[in-house]
Design a protein around this ligand. Structure first.
Ligand code: XMP
Length: 517
């Protein structure tokens, strides 16, 4: 639906590497716009995309595998600069008449790369005889294809980087990973010198272009947006608000399962400060009524999801002539939907509470679909959103309902909210706060014995969950200092009525999950 407004683009063909998204992130850090597509995208599409350069990612296969991924060899004739990384280089050598062999010496980990040609990719490296690079391969190039020359070697890879006429390049190492400290310089040489890109893809330009696009798309029509107070929906709402002002109607459903003060913050920031057209639906009682006596987590999820859709649709109907629905879809979701295979294809279907677009007859606007999460945060900062919102941790759609094990009641919600806000306050005071993916309290469905003063107590247990993660797919518990744990536990037991014990969850994901339900 959107008109393409990118002047200079890099195309990344994904051959299945775990690092493909990282390549994209690095390219964008160089302020060049790029997109990832599966390796087998057809040639017409590539030509239509009109990239200034193509990067072939690495991948787990050997070029001799029966199902080895392979793209059209015609791409090498397009007169577009190409950089093959790891498998990308081997594939290129193989398809162009070279020979790739299974090496008896695997190279895995950091290796010294000796540069033999200081032009093109390696301009700026003249001062050093070698650089440290990250290698991860079994196969290696044995015989170069016609027209190629070697430009670097390592102990176990006599041909560790290659080029053909300053247009086609291959590197056996991974320039995109942090373990290749000067990898970004190699990428910059490819992007700026070889492809001729300029570093002009900035958040400022993104905002300007997006606003233009949104205005063109929406015209005079009404757009609705489900605002939750989370990072993505907050950024979408403020970007749209900049573009179309009061034509944007935000619907905020308070399901009564939010954290302490959260609902009020959303109203204050978006309704009062930004003066957005905010429709606030206080549905706490409705949700609690529907959740009465429900203890099964999946049933809780279904009830909450369905009720949310019902209330949202009802409100949308009240608004009347709505044509568009704005959503905070991010680039990783887009990549997943085009992904050819791999673990990403099976990711968390149950996490997308809502299913709004399928059910409602509205056109979608997804202004963040080109961005990674950290770019969304940058955008939020550029749009002036409060830091508290920008840095907000992920929070599940079903909210505290999946952190109260057993039945959700008003009283239990209040207990959990108070404990949870202490966790948030104490974590905020530590240096760990920027390295934590999620930190929260969970209310368990058991009571334990304690003593307070001279009295025996029989009260609730709260579990702390504090994890590091990069995408929520895997996670590890954070080794918080004992002093922090002690402070949190003391405060919860002293300040939260009805809790007499706190435990710390030391399970990683897998095999556990982040949420307890
Ligand atoms: P799990 O518990 O599966 O969580 O390890 C992974 C990430 O997903 C979030 N999560 C949800 N998000 N609806 C959501 O919108 C859900 O039902 C849901 N369940 C888990 C969780 O907070 C973590 O970030």
């Amino acid at each position: 639906m959107f008109v393409d407004i990118h002047q200079e683009k890099i195309l990344i063909l994904d051959f299945g590497s775990q690092y493909t998204q990282l390549i994209a992130r690095r390219v964008r850090e160089c302020r060049v716009y790029c997109e990832i597509q599966p390796f087998n995208i057809n040639l017409d599409k590539i030509e239509n995309f009109n990239p200034k350069g193509i990067i072939l990612s690495g991948g787990p296969s050997s070029v001799y595998d029966e199902a080895a991924p392979s793209c059209s060899p015609e791409i090498f004739k397009l007169n577009i600069p190409i950089l093959g990384i790891c498998y990308g280089m081997q594939f290129m050598a193989h398809i162009m008449g070279g020979e790739v062999k299974d090496s008896s010496r695997r190279e895995y980990g950091q290796t010294r790369l000796f540069i033999d040609d200081f032009t093109d990719l390696f301009v700026g490296f003249e001062d050093t005889p070698f650089i440290n690079v990250w290698m991860s391969h079994g196969d290696r190039i044995h015989i170069l294809p016609p027209g190629f020359t070697p430009i670097a070697h390592s102990k176990n890879s006599p041909i560790a980087a290659i080029k053909n006429k300053s247009r086609i390049f291959g590197v056996q190492f991974h320039p995109e990973v942090a373990h290749t400290p000067r990898g970004i310089e190699v990428l910059k040489n490819f992007l700026y010198r070889i492809c001729g890109c300029l570093p002009n893809w900035t958040m400022e330009s993104f905002i300007k272009d997006s606003i233009l696009q949104i205005k063109r798309t929406v015209g005079g029509k009404t757009v609705i947006c489900a605002l939750s107070g989370g990072v993505d929906s907050s950024v979408v709402a403020s970007l749209l608000h900049r573009a179309v002002g009061d034509q944007l109607v935000c619907i905020f459903v308070n399901n009564g399962l939010l954290r302490k003060n959260e609902a009020q913050e959303v109203i204050t920031v978006f309704g009062e400060h930004y003066k957005m057209n905010l429709h606030y639906i206080d549905a706490e009682e409705v949700f609690l009524e529907k959740l009465k006596e429900v203890t099964d987590p999946e049933i809780k999820r279904k009830i909450i999801g369905n009720e949310f859709i019902y209330l949202f649709e009802k409100e949308a109907k009240n608004i009347g002539d709505v044509e568009y629905l704005a959503q905070g879809t991010l680039y990783p979701d887009v990549i997943e939907s085009v992904s050819f295979k791999g673990p990403s294809a099976t990711i968390k279907s149950h996490h997308n509470v809502g299913g709004l677009p399928e059910k409602m007859d509205l056109k979608l606007i997804e202004p963040l679909r080109e961005l990674f999460k950290d770019e969304v945060r940058l955008l939020g900062r550029e749009l002036g959103l409060p830091v508290k919102i920008i840095n907000r941790q992920p929070f599940p759609g079903p909210g505290l309902a999946v952190r109260i094990l057993g039945e959700v009641t008003k009283e239990r919600l209040s207990t959990l909210r108070n404990a949870d806000s202490i966790v948030a306050e104490e974590i905020e005071k530590t240096d760990f706060k920027d390295r934590i993916w999620q930190s929260f309290a969970v209310l368990l469905p058991i009571k334990t014995v304690g003593v307070m003063g001279d009295e025996r107590t029989y009260e609730n247990v709260v579990a702390l969950r504090v994890v590091r993660s990069s995408d929520g797919m895997t996670a590890d518990w954070v080794r918080l200092p004992y002093e922090v744990l002690a402070r949190v536990a003391n405060r919860i037991i002293n300040e939260v009525k009805g809790v007499n014990r706190v435990v710390y969850d030391i399970s990683s994901k897998p095999p556990s999950t982040i949420e307890w339900e």
